[in-house]
Unconditional design. Structure first.
Lengths: 217, 387
């Protein structure tokens, strides 16, 4: 049987290269030799960070992020019987939605995948989500992060509506709100009353991670 | 220069790459009109007017008038070819909504293609105010659906819409060169229209052979369409690609888009027809590759702050090609100051004339200030007078 470090390298490399068979085999070997499932998930997260860096440098594209996510799902399925009900929400909880009237899901979905692998528990509300449903989810899940997306300029007005509703319910100070979408400018984000905005999903994840780590330090 | 009678020659000058008498401004305002009409928020002066009367009031020209219309399409829409399905392909449609502008969350448009080899199904919803459609469920969900689609495509024919064409020629034929709308190139057709982006990526990864077979079959559809277009008074064939590098990455572009266009362009150019493609997403990484396609122009390329390219990058990437549009839609929204809009338009005119048909990239937003159209038109008039 291979050493733990060698298996970890194999898992990480297989994720970066989308090698499903190798990652499944190495993951199974790791847990069978007594490695904690959470430790294997951490290795996968490191692999996803490499994928993210390759995306930022222009070597990988959104399609590769999706394929990496699929590869990881296959490996997580192998791990599932060994997880013992553990959840990978070490960083906190995020509620994510594309706002009402807008059905663009690509940026939102990538953000969800990257947030999950970064260690957040993500509640994905989907697309075309009315403000009331966003509010209900914040009440129910008490997230640290609320991520909202809109591509169309016609739907940008949903952001201040949601912020206003959060304030009215006394929830605004309990959650950091981040928005994303191609038509959002810095000036618009500032005027909307949210805490941050991101042009790419990766930047968004970085901001969220910094918020949480900042709170803890 | 903004009158309808001059536009034909000026637009032909853009296609042919020669200097005309000035720039034509063709903003697409139909979406703004439709949403505000449905929401009851049209400015008072435009209440009770048809959209062509609003165009006239603003002193700008519409873009296209030949098509059959449809959700979100400009005027009567762009003239497409009529699809005729095979004799044993039954198309079943159920619309659960009532008035299109009063749709409820549970209202759907369900379409099924029923064939001897199986059935494929799509579910769509209308957006708020009913001005556009989006997919809740795509036709192609697995390999079984692909087999059904392949059957549909093999049996499919295309027809020239003689009646609609004649109507358009009578109404606008002296003013607007005829543009015919073709579908997206095969990969974009799958990503945007029939399979969805994520599923297309995953299926190409897991089932490359089957997917590439389907892509080849979709490419053959364009051969059928070109046959129908032969000998007609078409000036431009426009591919509705909705190109976006986050969907179609440079490797996909090189593998599936460039070969598709390279195969088709000589045939289209032999018909003395110009070609464009609709690029309305982030395109910085694709612009350096576009010349390899052989396309004559690009529609809707969206510069910063909405898109991801500067005007200079657009100019460099599109060397030898013409641009239709170029003003980011967001610049028409009230939170952007007028000086920013003016600066952008003046720079765009300076950089791209005479290879420019000015317009909004891509539609005037519903929450835009309509008077900004008049503002831009004045800048265009000044520019044209200075020539």
């Amino acid at each position: 049987m291979e050493k733990k470090e060698e298996l970890f390298k194999k898992i990480k490399d297989a994720l970066v290269n989308f090698d499903v068979e190798t990652i499944k085999k190495a993951t199974l070997e790791a847990v069978q030799m007594g490695v904690e499932a959470n430790e294997v998930v951490d290795v996968m997260s490191e692999g996803m960070e490499v994928v993210g860096k390759k995306y930022e440098s222009g070597e990988y594209f959104v399609s590769e992020l999706i394929i990496a996510g699929e590869t990881m799902k296959e490996a997580l399925a192998v791990l599932e019987p060994y997880m013992g009900g553990e959840t990978a929400n070490k960083l906190g909880t995020a509620v994510v939605a594309t706002v009402a009237g807008d059905i663009h899901n690509i940026g939102k979905d990538i953000f969800v995948t990257l947030m999950t692998t970064a260690g957040f528990k993500v509640i994905d509300l989907g697309v075309d989500v009315p403000a009331e449903r966003v509010l209900e989810a914040v009440k129910e899940h008490r997230p640290q992060i609320l991520g909202l997306s809109a591509l169309l300029t016609t739907n940008l007005e949903q952001f201040p509506i949601i912020v206003k509703k959060l304030k009215k319910e006394g929830l605004r100070d309990t959650v950091k709100v981040i928005i994303g979408g191609a038509t959002i400018t810095k000036e618009y984000a500032q005027a909307t009353g949210v805490d941050g905005y991101a042009k790419t999903a990766l930047t968004g994840v970085d901001i969220c991670r910094r918020w949480i780590q900042g709170n803890r330090s | 220069m903004t009158g309808m009678t001059e536009t034909f020659d000026e637009l032909m000058a853009v296609y042919e790459g020669r200097e005309g008498r000035g720039v034509v401004f063709q903003p697409r305002i139909k979406h703004w009109y439709d949403v505000n009409l449905a929401a009851g928020t049209l400015p008072k002066k435009y209440q009770g007017m048809y959209v062509d009367e609003v165009y006239q009031d603003l002193g700008v020209t519409p873009r296209e008038v030949w098509g059959p219309g449809g959700a979100g399409s400009e005027f009567a829409g762009y003239l497409p070819l009529q699809t005729k399905e095979g004799d044993d392909v039954e198309v079943w449609v159920k619309q659960t909504h009532g008035l299109f502008y009063e749709t409820e969350p549970h209202d759907y448009i369900i379409t099924e293609y029923r064939t001897p080899v199986g059935t494929m199904r799509q579910i769509q919803r209308r957006t708020e105010y009913g001005t556009s459609l989006y997919n809740v469920e795509y036709y192609l969900k697995d390999l079984k659906d692909i087999e059904v689609y392949k059957y549909v495509l093999r049996e499919r024919k295309y027809l020239w819409k003689r009646l609609r064409y004649s109507w358009g020629m009578k109404r606008y034929g002296d003013n607007l060169p005829l543009r015919v709308q073709l579908p997206r190139s095969p990969l974009m057709w799958l990503m945007v229209g029939t399979m969805g982006f994520q599923r297309t990526v995953i299926m190409l990864w897991r089932h490359r052979k089957e997917m590439e077979e389907l892509i080849r079959l979709l490419e053959e559809e364009f051969e059928k369409m070109l046959e129908v277009c032969q000998g007609k008074a078409i000036i431009e064939l426009s591919f509705g690609d909705n190109m976006h590098q986050d969907m179609c990455s440079p490797p996909y572009f090189k593998k599936y888009i460039i070969p598709f266009y390279q195969q088709l362009m000589p045939k289209i150019h032999a018909m003395e027809v110009y070609t464009t493609s609709h690029w309305d997403g982030f395109v910085k990484q694709l612009l350096p590759l576009v010349k390899e396609t052989g396309l004559d122009g690009l529609e809707c390329v969206t510069p910063l702050p909405q898109g991801d390219v500067t005007l200079e990058e657009m100019k460099e990437g599109m060397e030898g090609m013409f641009l239709r549009d170029g003003i980011p839609a967001v610049l028409f929204c009230p939170w952007i100051d007028l000086a920013t809009l003016e600066e952008h338009v003046r720079k765009l005119l300076k950089l791209f004339y005479p290879r420019l048909i000015l317009g909004v990239s891509d539609l005037l937003p519903a929450n835009a200030e309509i008077e900004r159209i008049r503002f831009v038109n004045k800048i265009v008039q000044e520019f044209n007078e200075s020539l």
